[in-house]
Ligand binder design. Structure first.
Ligand SMILES: [Zn+2]
Ligand SMILES: [Zn+2]
Ligand SMILES: [Zn+2]
Ligand SMILES: [Zn+2]
Length: 377
């Protein structure tokens, strides 16, 4: 964190020095970074004196020898995220003092602090930040989309607002696979070489005999997927099904070093009382020091039972889940609850690390739990 602040300050200081030749630019930079400068004690006075007491000789030297930086470069450094110093991940959030953070860094920061049980603060000015007191900055987002960016493939310059379509549909150098990849051709290359490959590709003229193995392998993949979906449909047609829309709320253990975990309130399904608990990175110590995050959950039976409950269950996004969350690919788990076994082990929730941070940074996690009690044979 300290490192980042230092880097940012250095960048600003360089900006200021390089822009000394132009009054307007000095004003622009110092306005935007006012809060940063005022919070960095010594740097502040140093910069102030730089602005006020700059000897005229140095000013002349800068204007004559150094090429003035392009407007878009100067804007880029002003509008970039104060944590990753990048412009690429929209939306852009800002603290109450106007310091900019990209969505990915913002969520990561909130998730980290939640794991450490600390109040999240702005890396620039140390003011408190949360989902409710930070706002998006649409003007910055729109300005960023008007700034140029280089295409990863052809290296031409485009507007950020156009780069996605260019790279996916129009770039002559975009990576392309052969039209006959379904038949097994592994060729890939830049788009402009596709037509010359197609002229010599041998796959369209192969015989059924030569292609049958590839097609069999493809069919096996489809069959597995079909079988899985059939299992879900079969489960849903059973007699005893419980559908529960649940909310996991953050809690802390009363250990010496309190650990963060999540818990739902008790709920009734299939005539029994249940609870779901979830934990991050399988409760390893210091989860905030690890970049990749994972969530696992446990289903706990709270009712006293005398007979066995043979249960299959899986988690779905549900109607109250965040609409931006990509669909959770359901994994079906199977467990037999009895008097002595009332808690499943911790089971993986199939979401990405980035999604996990996004979930962690929000105040609660909504999901749907489907439980199907298997009929006694
Ligand atoms: Zn960032
Ligand atoms: Zn700030
Ligand atoms: Zn391109
Ligand atoms: Zn081919």
């Amino acid at each position: 964190m300290t490192e980042i602040t230092t880097t940012t300050t250095t960048t600003i200081s360089n900006d200021l020095q390089q822009n000394l030749s132009s009054e307007i630019i000095v004003n622009l930079s110092s306005d935007t970074n006012e809060t940063t400068l005022s919070t960095t004690g010594t740097t502040n006075s140093m910069l102030d004196s730089t602005i006020v007491d700059e000897p005229p000789t140095k000013k002349c030297k800068l204007t004559t020898n150094d090429k003035p930086r392009l407007l878009e470069d100067r804007l880029s450094s002003i509008l970039s995220c104060c944590i990753c110093l990048d412009l690429s991940t929209l939306p852009i959030f800002q603290c109450v003092n106007g310091h900019l953070m990209c969505a990915s860094c913002f969520n990561h920061l909130l998730a980290d602090c939640k794991l450490k049980d600390e109040q999240t603060t702005c890396p620039n000015c140390r003011c408190e930040i949360s989902k409710s007191n930070c706002t998006r900055n649409l003007a910055v987002e729109k300005t960023i989309s008007e700034l140029p960016i280089q295409c990863d493939y052809c290296l031409q310059i485009f507007l950020r607002s156009e780069i996605k379509i260019h790279q996916s549909q129009n770039c002559p150098d975009r990576p392309t696979i052969c039209d006959y990849s379904l038949l097994g051709c592994n060729w890939n290359g830049p788009f402009h070489t596709l037509s010359s490959h197609l002229a010599i590709c041998e796959y369209p003229t192969k015989t059924g005999l030569e292609l049958i193995e590839t097609i069999r392998a493809q069919k096996r993949g489809c069959d597995d997927e079909k079988k899985y979906l059939e299992t879900v449909v079969d489960l849903l047609s059973l007699n005893q099904i419980g559908v529960s829309d649940l909310i996991l709320k953050p809690c802390r253990t009363d250990d010496f070093v309190a650990k963060l975990y999540f818990e739902t309130s008790r709920f009734t399904a299939l005539q029994y009382q249940w609870q779901v608990r979830a934990r991050i990175n399988d409760n390893i110590p210091h989860p905030h020091t690890i970049v990749t995050r994972s969530l696992s959950y446990q289903l706990v039976l709270k009712s006293k039972i005398s007979q066995t409950i043979d249960l299959k269950f899986f988690i779905l996004k549900g109607p109250h889940g965040d609409p931006s969350t990509s669909q959770i690919q359901p994994i079906i788990y199977h467990y037999e609850f009895n008097q002595n076994n009332t808690e499943t082990e911790y089971l993986k929730l199939p979401i990405s690390s980035q999604e996990c941070n996004r979930i962690l940074s929000s105040s609660s996690i909504s999901f749907r739990l489907l439980m199907v009690q298997l009929d006694k044979p």
